[in-house]
Ligand binder design. Structure first.
Ligand code: NDP
Length: 271
């Protein structure tokens, strides 16, 4: 019997994770399956436990259950603790290990796939929801010159800045005027509704990378704005998606897959 894995979410039908993990398993010769599990919004734990009792070895967790998965895990990685959200569960006997691979996925995509160093650079992160929280620690580990977090609701950004003790600066969008950044990451959900975060003009430094965590929506308003503003490189969130999956695969299987073939498959499927 192959080992069983799954992604749990609501909705989950759109998830690309089964294609990505199938490619990783093929490439590394791992005997495993990976399926989608739709959990009722009040039935996350029951769904995980049913899957576990049927022999499941681990799951990815997507919206809206990352916070619940954080509470469910009996052992947590440091990065999951910092994010207060879990996207990867691994069943280890009676223990349940919870990790968060989103931030490492973003950093690996930016530094390896896009060839953009974060160390010593000025980084601007937009948004203060689950996605932004998940990437703060991995970004800080790269030792940027500064990391500024802008959010529509300033109090949320200030709360995060307080938790990170001075290494993270909170700002309103208006306060960004006059500042310049080498890497601007859109971790808001604005692109989902075709909206543009209220960024002032002139924040993209020469040679800047504009990164939208959103994927599969073509050129988002944020990326269109960045292009007009002269950002040198535009990137969507497909690379982050594949890199976070590779990190989960490594946690479960102890093998690091090559990510380029899976990324190519996804891009071909959405072209
Ligand atoms: P949340 O709902 O937790 O947070 C949403 C954030 O967006 C809040 O900070 C909110 O601000 C802000 N926001 C929403 N609309 C606007 C707007 N019009 N202008 C400015 N700010 C706005 O969402 P998540 O953090 O979970 O997800 C954010 C995005 O990241 C989604 O698009 C998701 O698809 C993507 N994502 C991509 C991943 C990948 O692998 N590529 C992984 C995880 C997420 P406020 O606090 O003021 O309400």
């Amino acid at each position: 019997m192959p080992d069983r894995y799954a992604v749990i979410g609501n909705p989950v039908a759109h998830s690309k994770s089964p294609q990505i993990h199938a490619e990783f398993a093929r490439q590394t010769g791992q005997d495993m399956t990976y399926e989608r599990l739709l959990a009722p919004t009040d039935g996350f734990i029951a769904t995980v436990e049913a899957f576990h009792s049927l022999g499941g070895r681990g799951v990815n967790v997507t919206l809206p259950f990352k916070g619940e998965a954080f509470g469910y895990a009996t052992r947590l990685s440091e990065r999951a603790r910092a994010a207060q959200a879990v996207n990867t569960l691994k069943f280890e006997g009676t223990a349940i290990f919870g990790d968060n691979t989103d931030g490492t996925g973003l950093v690996n995509d930016v530094t390896r796939n896009l060839g953009c160093a974060i160390t010593g650079r000025r980084v601007l992160l937009l948004g203060a929801g689950g996605a932004a929280r998940g990437v703060i620690t991995p970004l800080l580990e790269q030792q940027p010159a500064r990391l500024v977090l802008a959010n529509r609701t300033l109090g949320k950004a200030q709360g995060l800045a307080h938790n990170f003790g001075g290494s993270l600066e909170a700002a309103t969008y208006a306060a960004l005027a006059g500042g310049q950044f080498d890497l601007v990451i859109n971790a808001t959900s604005a692109s989902l509704t075709g909206a543009l975060p209220p960024l002032p003009r002139g924040v993209f430094a020469q040679g800047a990378l504009a990164y939208d965590m959103m994927y599969g929506k073509g050129e988002t308003p944020f990326l269109a704005f960045a292009r007009v503003e002269g950002a040198a490189t535009l990137a969507d969130g497909f690379g982050m998606l594949v890199e976070q999956a590779a990190e989960s695969f490594f946690i479960w299987r102890g093998v690091r897959p090559h990510t380029a073939p899976a990324l190519k498959l996804l891009r071909q499927a959405t072209d």
